[in-house]
Design a protein around this ligand. Structure first.
Ligand SMILES: [Zn+2]
Ligand SMILES: [Zn+2]
Length: 173
């Protein structure tokens, strides 16, 4: 499992204390709901810049104490620590955050819309991590489950509806 600490990716400190979560029903998966530059898939430095921009938007635009997601997964099977395990996320919608951790896959509505296999593997790593360290239960759902939104987009949602299968490694590569 490849994990970047908040220090590793240059996160700003949260503006206030987190609310503790000892366990959840599971995890909800999100996408950015925005354009994602396809160049991200070729250049990991762009992933870091994108996560920092999302944190800025959540803190300065939404007025949240921190990035809303528990964890963020980029196309390179790398997990960025957001609020992390054991802390209430802010991305699922009012009243829904204590039931599920929130994991963002860095795909969007245009540009990079199809999650590469390494992103799906990274999301599965993130779910394992939240089960092990945050008491996450067995549910793996999309943001749109129980909330009016297109999130996490068709590609990720179809994968979730299929039971979030582990991608088969292409042995010709
Ligand atoms: Zn969402
Ligand atoms: Zn990356």
């Amino acid at each position: 499992m490849s994990m970047l600490s908040r220090r590793d990716w240059g996160a700003r400190p949260p503006k206030d204390a987190y609310t503790t979560l000892t366990h959840t029903k599971g995890v909800k998966i999100h996408y950015t709901g925005d354009h994602v530059d396809p160049a991200l898939a070729r250049e990991h430095a762009r992933c870091v810049a994108t996560v920092k921009a999302i944190q800025d938007h959540h803190m300065d635009g939404n007025g949240w104490i921190d990035i809303g997601y528990s964890l963020v997964v980029c196309p390179h099977r790398t997990i960025f620590q957001g609020r992390g395990a054991g802390h209430l996320p802010a991305a699922n919608g009012a009243g829904l955050n204590s039931d599920h951790y929130a994991v963002l896959g860095l795909v969007g509505t245009s540009g990079l819309t199809q999650p590469p296999d390494d992103m799906l593997l990274g999301i599965l790593d993130a779910i394992d991590y939240l089960r092990e360290h945050g008491g996450a239960g067995n549910e793996v759902k999309g943001h749109r489950d129980g909330y009016s939104t297109d999130c996490p987009g068709e590609a990720l949602y179809n994968w979730l509806k299929a039971g979030a299968p582990r991608p088969k490694t292409d042995e010709s590569h």
